[in-house]
Design a protein around this ligand. Structure first.
Ligand SMILES: [Zn+2]
Length: 136
């Protein structure tokens, strides 16, 4: 038997989330949990995890929302944060603070990019729907 070969297990794959707003978490990506150390600071023990952005490309991508950002209409969380701050969490047209959507100023289908805060704004549901009815 070659049991000794199985001693080196592949690193555990962990999902890392980043907090973008209170109560709102965005998946940042998959990381390999390579190692951990137990650090004693004199009062208590804490675990320090060592993570590495996973280079595996055979991950089930069905829920990997950060994949290929440039080719999707997903808005990176950094941009969302900027837009939210700039628009003060309100619809830019009427000031509504409920049911807000991140809207691409230039439609994605016309080459609008989600990679820049300049092309993204906050719209309430009503104005978001009105906009998509209109042919620009
Ligand atoms: Zn509105």
């Amino acid at each position: 038997m070659d049991d000794h070969k199985n001693k080196k297990l592949p690193p555990e794959l962990v999902k890392v989330y980043e907090k973008i707003l209170a109560g709102t978490w965005s998946l940042k990506g998959f990381f390999d949990l390579i190692d951990y150390k137990i650090v004693h600071d004199g009062k208590r023990k804490t675990f320090r995890y060592i993570l590495r952005l996973s280079g595996r490309d055979n991950i089930d991508s069905s829920n990997l929302e950060t994949m290929s950002l440039a080719h999707t209409r997903l808005i990176p969380s950094e941009i969302k944060k900027d837009v939210w701050k700039r628009d003060r969490g309100r619809c830019v047209i009427c000031g509504e603070t409920q049911n807000l959507h991140f809207d691409h100023d230039l439609p994605f289908s016309k080459g609008g990019t989600s990679m820049s805060a300049r092309n993204v704004r906050l719209l309430c549901m009503k104005h978001n729907l009105q906009k998509s009815d209109k042919i620009e």
